[in-house]
Ligand binder design. Structure first.
Ligand SMILES: [Fe+2]
Length: 306
């Protein structure tokens, strides 16, 4: 079949078959996706066995809650970021802290702390380097945003996230920090490690077939929000990670790899109440004012809540 014949068939199945009012947006999207899939089946001569293998793959990925991992792994979450950047550029919004992917592991409801928080529950303290991270949240004019909310989450030393890893304490390595009256936030945590897709899982299986690894460099996730500002979804990477520019999720970006400083001065160590050297990162967030003409920067998505 040629593409024109396929378009006609898809229209017959999806549009002409409607015998009551349809949701026009859903109809347009499904029409396009069904037609494009049929074209791929025709062009690539996809056999029924291959088709059903694909259906089974998606069913299993859904059952194992891996679709949120597959999405960044195939570049689709990065693609949505590129489109959001382009939409902002068309509206004259440029600069500021770059956005990057959210990933599937945010959990709503983390405890709120004014100004400063310790993220880790201390159980990995013996194996981990202590990390302090601090900075200021600014608007586009360089004015500090007092009361801005910095939601932060990251993995433990085994590369697992609390809530999804029920062996961790509730909200371990997750907090909402409310910036002080000068827009400053800060936290103490453990230096995160990189991690990989679950071995034997759907994403890993597909990446193997694609000749790709499923590793992420060490990183820390953020939502940064303030009234009247576009919500920022981003991450910072830990400099020096071997996968820094080889992230399976394509989330690394210039501007999101802040310098990491190691502090060995005994006076500075004692001032933090520690007995060994620690690492520190200074990082400011720069937000943009909301623009009515643009799609909201807040991404509507079903998320876990605890
Ligand atoms: Fe992550």
């Amino acid at each position: 079949m040629n593409h024109q014949q396929i378009d006609q068939l898809a229209r017959q199945w999806i549009v002409d078959a409607a015998d009551r009012p349809a949701n026009p947006r859903v109809q347009a999207i499904v029409l396009r996706l069904v037609a494009d899939l049929c074209k791929a089946m025709e062009d690539l001569d996809i056999q029924p066995g291959e088709f059903w293998k694909g259906v089974d793959f998606l069913a299993k990925a859904g059952k194992n809650n891996e679709l949120g991992l597959l999405t960044p792994g195939l570049g689709l979450e990065r693609f949505m970021n590129i489109r959001a950047d382009e939409a902002e550029a068309r509206a004259g919004i440029e600069g500021g802290t770059p956005r990057t992917i959210e990933g599937p592991l945010y959990v709503a409801g983390a405890p709120e702390s004014p100004g400063f928080a310790r993220l880790d529950d201390g159980l990995e303290s013996n194996q981990a380097e202590v990390l302090f991270m601090q900075g200021t949240v600014f608007d586009a004019d360089g004015k500090p945003l007092a009361g801005a909310k910095v939601e932060v989450w990251h993995a433990n030393l085994l590369g697992n996230y609390s809530f999804f890893d029920s062996s961790q304490s509730a909200f371990n390595l997750r907090r909402s920090i409310i910036a002080d009256d000068q827009g400053r936030y800060g936290f103490r945590t453990i230096m995160p490690k990189g991690y990989g897709c679950p071995p034997g899982g759907s994403t890993h299986t597909l990446l193997d077939l694609l000749g790709r690894h499923g590793q992420r460099p060490a990183h820390i996730h953020f939502f940064v929000s303030a009234p009247g500002q576009r919500k920022l979804t981003t991450q910072i990477n830990i400099d020096g990670d071997e996968y820094l520019w080889d992230d399976f999720a394509f989330a690394s970006r210039e501007g999101l790899v802040p310098p990491l400083r190691r502090v060995e001065d005994p006076v500075a160590i004692a001032a933090k109440g520690l007995d060994r050297p620690f690492a520190t990162i200074d990082f400011d967030f720069h937000l943009h004012a909301d623009v009515a003409a643009l799609p909201r920067a807040e991404v509507d998505r079903v998320r876990a809540a605890a």
